[in-house]
Design a protein around this ligand. Structure first.
Ligand SMILES: *[C@@H]1O[C@H](CO)[C@@H](O)[C@H](O)[C@H]1NC(C)=O
Ligand SMILES: *[C@@H]1O[C@H](CO)[C@@H](O)[C@H](O)[C@H]1NC(C)=O
Ligand SMILES: *[C@@H]1O[C@H](CO)[C@@H](O)[C@H](O)[C@H]1NC(C)=O
Ligand SMILES: *[C@@H]1O[C@H](CO)[C@@H](O)[C@H](O)[C@H]1NC(C)=O
Ligand SMILES: *[C@@H]1O[C@H](CO)[C@@H](O)[C@H](O)[C@H]1NC(C)=O
Length: 617
């Protein structure tokens, strides 16, 4: 993960960049920083490039990378496929080489279409004076933009900053709709900015239907190139077939089944071929994301220590993270530990007897979270025993059973309200920006603390368990995002299925994947990148999505079955095949509730409300 930045302005205008933004960018790319300004003799504008590199593979390649022709590339991405790359190659150089040999826009588009993996980039193409930029098909890397009408200046950056001033040139996420091209000569002549958009599409027909009202900054315009050029979508369309005969209506609402009942229900659902194929494709996606990583060393010449993990998993003990951990175990050398990052926000002390009597009433219709309630009520109250901590510990046990020889570092990240408030103000509010809801705040903070990886691990010393403070040094963080979106894991899927059957469910799934960039991925990339670590999303690997998209919806989920079985059915069967236990039938629990961050704050807010805590000043 790198921090990239480009400020485009007319030569006559003052060129001043936001120092806070610069500091934020440096945190994303701690290994090398460099500025390069492009200002041709016959170009009446200038581009200030600033790039900050997090070294992940090959030899450290400084950025922005300039080739012999004067083209300039700022690349925040990982090429996992599509180009021939060996483990020694640095992907920035290879992408730059490919782009150097491009003459026409169609060449550039074909290079970008061929890449597999997450990316965001800004590229100055000397021949013709064009500035290109954009994000990959899913939007797995952040890119923000802002146009300052006063100075006719456009800023592109991986991360921005929250300000208290009311600015009319607000930051926005560059939509992951395609790649954009600016004709710098035309900009110099007119002083107005026009983006030519080359959209992601399956066919030429899609190009015509792409909405042109993409969210461009105020004062700029976007046009779809009339030539019909487009980037070829890396994944096939979602299979929209409907089952021949359906029993949509007889949904089972019984949510009080025991783990054994649920496991038995799962027994009866064999989907051997689909499970095998999913394991193959997902395992390969994990392999590409965990192998050949450098250690992060504190001192340059200290010898590599075998006890350091290179890979961590955002770990709740839920099925998505369990599967990632189990597959990572297959591909990470046996002597290397794997860090499991588990975040908990401090619970309030249980109320006095009198007050707690009321509690059960309120939760009458909720599926019983018996474990947590019991823990909270028992005498040995531990304020960090939140639901995700409890399932996390259970998951750890399953993983130990699966591979007892592996060192699993279960990192208990405990967060108090004071720490949450301080670091939200200092860091997280800037990273979440320009997103702004209560949900963005909760997830942004929870992911930030988890990804920091500072907490305690239990060390077993001669039969005794001892707490030891610990900070994860893994540069790569695997997250399970994308599983719920593709395999109908959210409760809104169940609601939709109940009201509109398979057709409604399919529409919901199409929408989920279409908006994942603007709802989640940019934000998560900014939040995790702040630690000089890189988020990787195996469930959003192109081949995984392609495979899941091709399956008819009823192979992936059966929402007539109860919670804990029906949603993400195929993934549950996969977990079972991988040898996992009760975690295979854990119902979905959203991170803001599982970590109890939502409980720490005002309980009366709606997730979609604007979050006032994110505002500074
Ligand atoms: C990056 O990799 C390319 C080969 O792909 C190599 O030619 C180049 O020297 C490398 N750059 C650095 C700075 O190591
Ligand atoms: C579309 O792209 C072609 C090829 O670069 C270019 O000649 C043409 O002017 C572009 N059309 C518009 C409307 O910008
Ligand atoms: C639908 O339900 C009926 C009665 O429960 C059953 O006989 C039939 O096989 C079911 N059909 C499908 C496609 O599952
Ligand atoms: C963190 O929480 C765990 C409970 O999950 C507890 O055992 C541990 O003592 C806590 N550590 C710190 C440093 O508060
Ligand atoms: C969609 O699923 C159905 C049923 O399995 C299958 O026959 C069809 O070929 C699939 N369509 C695509 C485009 O993959």
């Amino acid at each position: 993960m790198c921090g990239i930045f480009c400020l485009l302005s007319l030569s006559a205008a003052p060129s001043e960049r936001d120092r806070t933004v610069h500091e934020h960018l440096k945190r994303r790319g701690p290994d090398s920083s460099r500025d390069v300004t492009v200002q041709g003799p016959n170009l009446g504008c200038r581009c200030l490039f600033s790039a900050h590199v997090l070294h992940m593979r090959g030899r450290l390649t400084q950025q922005p990378l300039q080739d012999g022709l004067g083209n300039l590339l700022a690349w925040n991405g990982e090429v996992f496929g599509g180009l021939p790359l060996t483990t020694e190659d640095n992907d920035t150089s290879v992408v730059s080489e490919r782009l150097s040999s491009c003459n026409d826009p169609s060449d550039v588009l074909s290079v970008l279409s061929s890449l597999r993996g997450p990316w965001a980039f800004v590229y100055y193409q000397k021949d013709g004076d064009f500035l290109w930029f954009g994000r990959d098909f899913f939007g797995r890397r952040s890119l923000l933009w802002r146009f300052d009408a006063e100075f006719d200046a456009l800023t592109l950056t991986s991360v921005a900053a929250q300000t208290s001033e009311a600015v009319n040139s607000a930051w926005r996420e560059v939509p992951a709709a395609g790649v954009f091209r600016i004709d710098l000569k035309a900009f110099t002549e007119t002083g107005s900015l026009t983006f030519e958009l080359y959209p992601w599409a399956h066919t030429e027909d899609d190009v015509l239907s792409t909405c042109s009202e993409t969210l461009v900054p105020i004062g700029c315009t976007a046009v779809i190139n009339q030539s019909g050029l487009f980037l070829t979508s890396p994944v096939s369309r979602l299979n929209t077939s409907l089952p021949k005969s359906t029993n949509d209506t007889e949904t089972c609402s019984n949510s009080h089944l025991s783990v054994e009942d649920l496991q038995q229900l799962l027994e009866g659902k064999e989907k051997d071929d689909e499970v095998s194929a999913l394991i193959d494709v997902l395992s390969e996606a994990v392999r590409q994301r965990v192998q050949f990583l450098p250690f992060r060393e504190k001192e340059e010449d200290s010898p590599p220590t075998p006890e350091r993990a290179t890979v961590a998993v955002l770990f709740s003990g839920g099925i998505d993270s369990m599967i990632l951990a189990a597959l990572a175990d297959r591909h990470i050398p046996a002597h290397q530990p794997i860090d499991l990052l588990n975040v908990a926000f401090k619970l309030h002390e249980p109320k006095t007897q009198k007050q707690s009597v009321k509690k059960p009433k309120k939760h009458k219709n909720k599926p019983s979270n018996s474990n947590t309630d019991r823990a909270a009520d028992s005498k040995t109250f531990n304020p960090f025993d939140v639901p995700d901590r409890i399932t996390g510990k259970a998951g750890l046990k399953e993983l130990r059973d699966l591979n007892p020889d592996r060192k699993w570092n279960f990192v208990e990240v405990n967060v108090t309200q004071e720490e949450l408030q301080r670091l939200r103000r200092e860091r997280v509010c800037h990273l979440v920006h320009p997103l702004e809801t209560v949900l963005d705040d909760s997830i942004g903070c929870a992911v930030w603390f988890a990804a920091r990886g500072t907490g305690v691990i239990m060390k077993e010393e001669e039969e005794e368990e001892e707490e030891k403070s610990f900070t994860s040094t893994a540069k790569v963080i695997l997250t399970g995002i994308g599983a719920d979106e593709q395999l109908a894991g959210y409760s809104r899927h169940r609601v939709r299925f109940k009201t509109s059957g398979h057709e409604g469910l399919i529409q919901e799934l199409v929408m989920e994947l279409g908006r994942i960039s603007s709802r989640n991925l940019g934000r998560d990339d900014r939040v995790i990148g702040d630690h000089g670590k890189e988020a990787r999303f195996p469930y959003l690997d192109e081949d995984v999505v392609n495979y899941l998209n091709a399956l008819p919806v009823w192979e992936k989920a059966d929402l007539s079955l109860p919670r804990g079985v029906g949603e993400k059915l195929l993934l549950r069967l996969t977990a079972k095949r991988l040898g996992l236990g009760p975690s295979a039938v854990l119902p979905k629990r959203a991170m803001q509730f599982g970590s109890r961050i939502a409980k720490m704050e005002d309980g009366h807010e709606k997730a979609s409300d604007k979050c006032s805590r994110l505002l500074t000043g």
